[in-house]
Design a protein around this ligand. Structure first.
Ligand SMILES: [Zn+2]
Length: 197
């Protein structure tokens, strides 16, 4: 058993940084809102997203290649819906499947959905990107940050645990206990760190 510093074991996740759940991030993205703060007016037109959120100043396209993500989401949604319409139509009308009308019906989700879903796919992908890659210091207005990724309470207690002279085993146990205690509060985490000494 090796004692791994908790700063490496645990990286502050976006839902902790912002104090909201991952599902809330996704729902905000789905409804074309800034995933980080929930502000509207994310687009200058149907197809063009603003560069930054007007409220929290999050850059929506956080990395070069952001387009690959939302095009991917858009394609998956359109393809899945088109396929579902095709299968449902075939099952309902079987055995006399009207091929031409059925193919024409699939053009509705196949052509319209990618256009209708475009703004939503922009912000939804920003939300997924935020869940995968936590915010970096200075990336948004600090008033929207609940736990600072650098100087948050979690990292501060990691310094106490790793500095305890109780040996590698007890330090690792202290870290494991504190993992459980995070749900119940920081004060118990401090108590676990104290007992490891
Ligand atoms: Zn925002």
């Amino acid at each position: 058993m090796h004692s791994v510093p908790r700063t490496i074991q645990h990286q502050t996740q976006t839902y902790e940084q912002l104090g909201i759940s991952n599902s809330r991030l996704l729902i905000r993205g789905l409804f074309v809102r800034c995933p980080a703060c929930g502000a509207g007016r994310t687009h200058k037109s149907w197809t063009k997203m603003n560069q930054r959120c007007h409220r929290c100043s999050l850059r929506f396209e956080r990395i070069i290649g952001h387009a690959l993500g939302y095009i991917g989401i858009n394609t998956i949604v359109a393809f899945t819906t088109t396929f579902a319409v095709l299968i449902a139509g075939a099952v309902i009308t079987s055995p006399d499947i009207p091929f031409v009308p059925l193919l024409a019906a699939t053009a509705v989700p196949g052509v319209l959905l990618p256009i209708l879903f475009l703004p939503s796919s922009h912000t939804l992908w920003t939300a997924i990107d935020l869940i995968m890659r936590p915010l970096l210091p200075g990336e948004i207005d600090p008033r929207f940050i609940k736990v600072d990724p650098v100087a948050g309470p979690w990292d501060a207690s990691a310094v106490v645990a790793s500095a305890s002279p109780g040996g590698t085993e007890s330090a690792a146990e202290g870290a494991a206990e504190s993992d459980d205690d995070r749900a119940t509060g920081e004060s118990q985490g401090d108590a676990a760190g104290g007992s490891a000494q």
